[in-house]
Design a protein around this ligand. Sequence first.
Ligand code: ADP
Ligand code: ADP
Ligand code: MG
Length: 468
Amino acid sequence: MTISALLVANRGEIAVRIIRAAKALGIRTVQVHSAADRDMLAVKMADAAIEIGPPSAAKSYLNIEAVLKAALESGVDAVHPGYGFLSENAAFAKAVTDAGLIFIGPSHEAISLLGDKVEARKVAMQAGVPTVPGSNGRVDDLDAGRAVVEEIGFPVMIKAAAGGGGRGIRIAETLADFERHFPQASAEALAAFGDGGLYIEKVITRARHVEVQILGDGVDAIHCFERECSLQRRRQKVWEEGPSVSLPADVRRALCDSAVALARSVGYRGAGTVEYLYDEQSGEFYFIEVNTRIQVEHPVTEMITGIDLVQEMIRIAGGARLSLRQEDVRLNGHAIECRINAEDPAKGFLPGPGTISTLNIPEGEGIRFDTMLYEGYQVPPFYDSLLGKLIVWGENRDACLARLAGALEHFEIGGLATTVPLHRKLAADASVKRADFHTRFLEPWLETAFPAASPVASVAPVLAKEKH
Ligand code: ADP
Ligand code: ADP
Ligand code: MG
């Protein structure tokens, strides 16, 4: 193991998660933080902490120079980027490596290649992985776009090559829609991601979002089975589970093998996720993108395979080979993760910060709560609204759901509105109990479940999520 100290270049629950993994491996931790995060749990847990800038993420967690300076000054030999922020920024990964430090993730070349969603589609096709019918490469102008949509048919999605976090996607039902959206999408993508490049995909209706967890050491790659994340709001995941109950055994095998083929084709190193849409009617699955980092919902996989993915990615970055062979990875039971956000489902998911007055966390066998919270903690208004993740395991899906319902019943976070009430309703819903859902299930469901909700026209500036 060549890593003896690492810098945590993130905040919130994932910073806490990384510190726990590092401690288990005997690695010293240095936590960076903004001026608004002096009291965060990860700062208290780390061996040392360094303030790197003002509350604005652009000037702190996204400031490559400031993060790198902290890494060099603190004498760590590696940097863990977590998710969001700089985790998929190839320039950051390169800067870390150029400075003689270890970036805990794939090579910067792999990040650039797979982080460009158009290039990633090409990689998938070359590896023999089915992709969603759509454009061949980027679509540079409206005329080229018209030719594509006439061939594949409506509805279509106009997607930003550099998009992420559910942003940079528009649906066009008709040619008129398409002609209106296309120029706007390009301008928006340029403003949001610094890259106006667009591509087109056919809309797969009533699809399930199924994704495969992969691990690679640059020589070999394996999968750790799949997670299903079909319950989404604004294309952001709300509830994730594994394994997906919708997959017949042969489809599961083909899906997981295709993710490994893709990972092997690029000599992938580290933890990653290959995302797909699965059409239950036809039994077909289609690649959509690769996330070259640890994902929010990684604990689902940890609960059903017993693998510590964060420890494994740190070990690999330190030069170790994979500690598991494919045949060592076994599925055991079922796990569900509920994202607990500082958002009020009864008020159109209005985000709101606050001080944690009481905290009653459910405990017991098969129950895990990954969080940044403690009593008295003041949730700052500047960042993503994720407060924590409740992950529950059961020996099968029904047992898992029953345990989840019990855990949610006794779960109390006082001082601010959270999405706990939403998860209570989901866990009790008949369709959810049957796993009878798809990616467009949740939004109309919410209109019935929370009828008084006044829709928030746009994300309130206070909790606007910053990325990249
Ligand atoms: P992001 O990079 O923002 O995560 P993705 O390409 O992974 O974007 O898509 C996010 C979500 O948008 C998917 O989980 C799915 O719900 C929806 N989506 C994306 N592409 C399609 C498609 N071609 N057809 C239907 N839904 C799609
Ligand atoms: P994951 O499956 O890990 O959630 P996403 O691509 O959906 O993958 O999001 C990754 C991370 O990006 C999130 O956990 C969060 O830190 C950040 N993020 C999510 N949604 C947004 C958003 N709307 N705007 C900016 N960043 C976001
Ligand atoms: Mg995605």
